[in-house]
Design a protein around this ligand. Structure first.
Ligand SMILES: [Ca+2]
Ligand SMILES: [Ca+2]
Ligand SMILES: [Ca+2]
Ligand SMILES: [Ca+2]
Length: 261
């Protein structure tokens, strides 16, 4: 049995090894790459996305019978270990939004000349003729430090007007951070077009929950957005796992026992 001083040194060393920041080996918390949803060679229509809709009221975009996956329930996503998501449309332009068959939801776009950043499918949003908001399930990040949110985005190469915008943000209980926000700058010049661009933001250290939101305002089929490889990761686990606690307790045990004498 090691002496008390050795025990303390060993415990300290083990603690440092376990809790030292490991930026090159991020700890996976949650995410999705849309690889477990069904694929359909079809387009999506929703008769409620019309020019007369109240701009302040979101129009939910449920799955179609095709089946095109626009929204995935938490339960269905949990089965695959993925993050769930849901989509809604807002009438921001007094146009008929996704009434005519648009590319939307989990898709495998065959026009791509480069691979998806992960797997062989992603989430496409195009020709919304209004604002489409894709919201991912909330994630508990308490017990982690140096938490980051990453989303990889692809915008088809075209001329975006100032009214078009892309906002991807991480909404936390300690504030919202943007991975990208083109609402004041416009899309042109704010992000490379025609390629997958990884976007990352660090969460406030006080955040204990986070929700990733993608909001895309556009009006043409060619103004096509894809997102993929959604990741919520940590640099450090703050709370020790039970096995770790047991190991530390064992190393400290001789010290405690001697003190009690
Ligand atoms: Ca993917
Ligand atoms: Ca449309
Ligand atoms: Ca452009
Ligand atoms: Ca446009």
């Amino acid at each position: 049995m090691p002496g008390p001083r050795i025990s303390i040194i060993l415990a300290g060393l083990l603690t440092w090894l376990l809790f030292a920041p490991t930026p090159s080996h991020a700890i996976w918390i949650a995410g999705t790459s849309f690889e477990h949803e069904a694929l359909a060679e079809d387009v999506y229509s929703n008769a409620a996305t019309v020019a007369t809709a109240d701009p302040a009221v979101p129009v939910p975009l449920p799955n179609s019978e095709t089946p095109l996956v626009i929204t995935n329930s938490t339960a269905a996503s949990d089965a695959a270990g993925d993050l769930g998501f849901s989509a809604a449309w807002f009438n921001t332009r007094n146009l008929n939004g996704v009434t005519e068959g648009d590319r939307l939801g989990v898709r495998q776009e065959t026009f791509l000349t480069q691979p998806y950043p992960d797997g062989d499918r992603g989430y496409t949003i195009s020709d919304g003729e209004g604002l489409i908001v894709l919201t991912f399930d909330p994630v508990d990040v308490s017990g982690y430090a140096d938490v980051t949110v990453s989303v990889t985005a692809f915008l088809f190469t075209t001329d975006y007007e100032p009214e078009d915008s892309l906002v991807i943000e991480a909404q936390t209980d300690a504030g919202t951070v943007a991975l990208i926000d083109t609402t004041t700058t416009g899309i042109e010049g704010s992000i490379a077009e025609g390629t997958f661009v990884p976007l990352t933001a660090a969460l406030p250290e006080a955040a204990t929950s986070v929700q990733v939101v993608v909001a895309y305002e556009s009006n043409l089929l060619i103004e096509l957005l894809m997102v993929d490889d959604i990741r919520i990761e940590a640099g450090t686990r703050v709370l020790p796992e039970p096995a770790t606690s047991a190991a530390l307790a064992w190393l400290a045990w001789p010290t405690r026992r001697r003190r009690r004498r």
